[in-house]
Write a protein that binds this ligand. Structure first.
Ligand code: AP5
Ligand code: MG
Ligand code: ZN
Length: 216
């Protein structure tokens, strides 16, 4: 039996930030399809080359590419008891494909981070990501102690290519059109818990832990 946690939320809602904490607290591998694509892009693999044009434009990468990459990753031994998904599923066909792979004993919990659209653009515009460890900081909300240097590991901080205001707005539009329907999909199955993602990262984490404790 595997236990799956799915973090659902708009771009910049804090999925990555909370996934790192939950993964450490629960001892579950953190699997971000966005991070997998960025690693493929960095290594110039065929998947990375295919994904690039979609990511740069703020569009979703086609389902079949995402599904092949994700299912290969979760077949690894570290995922046998469960895993934490960040940024997947993002379309109804992706959710159905995931469902099709699960056994009757597998347990799914979906945690939705709700953040108003107005807050999203500022979060993405100020985001800084560590090249070495992948940690996320923010120019204003969690400024690095030394400019350009990751607090966690001393690696170099950079700005994502898709964090320009225009691309963020397109990612938000795509989220509302293609991913937001998953809220109803999982809610109808009784698998969804929603938390207010506009609070501080510590408060959001506490609410997520409380939501998980409630579900047992
Ligand atoms: P992906 O990398 O998943 O990007 P995203 O969903 O747009 O989400 P982000 O990573 O931008 O935001 P986040 O929710 O992780 O927020 P974070 O914690 O960093 O995907 C990128 C692209 O890959 C997609 O556009 C698509 O092309 C492709 N892709 C990926 N998965 C796919 C799939 N399944 N299907 C098809 N295509 C796919 O926080 C953001 C900022 O806010 C940070 O600076 C952080 O420090 C700050 N912050 C976080 N929490 C708080 C808080 N509580 N208060 C204040 N600031 C906060
Ligand atoms: Mg992320
Ligand atoms: Zn780092």
């Amino acid at each position: 039996m595997a236990s799956l946690l799915i973090l659902l939320g708009a771009p910049g809602a804090g999925k990555g930030t909370q996934a790192v904490r939950l993964s450490a607290a629960l001892g579950m591998p953190h699997i971000s399809t966005g991070d997998l694509f960025r690693a493929n892009l960095r290594d110039a693999t065929p998947i990375g080359m295919k994904a690039k044009e979609y990511m740069d434009a703020g569009k979703l990468v086609p389902d079949e590419i995402v599904l092949d990459m994700l299912f290969e990753r979760v077949a690894a031994p570290d995922c046998a008891e469960g895993y934490l998904l960040d940024g997947f599923p993002r379309t109804l066909p992706q959710a159905q494909a995931l469902e099709g792979r699960l056994g009757p004993q597998d347990k799914v919990t979906v945690l939705e981070l709700r953040v108003p659209d107005e807050a999203i653009v500022g979060r993405a515009a100020g985001r800084l990501v560590c090249r070495k460890c992948g940690a996320t900081q923010h120019r204003e909300f969690s400024p690095p102690k030394t400019e350009g240097v990751c607090d966690a590991c001393g690696g170099e901080l950079y700005q994502r290519r898709d964090d320009t205001p225009e691309v963020v707005r397109e990612r938000l539009r795509v989220y509302h059109e293609q991913t937001a329907p998953l809220v109803d999909f999982y809610s109808a199955k009784g698998l969804l818990a929603s938390v207010d993602g506009s609070k501080s990262p510590d408060e959001v984490f506490q609410e997520l832990e409380a939501a998980l404790a409630e579900r047992g």
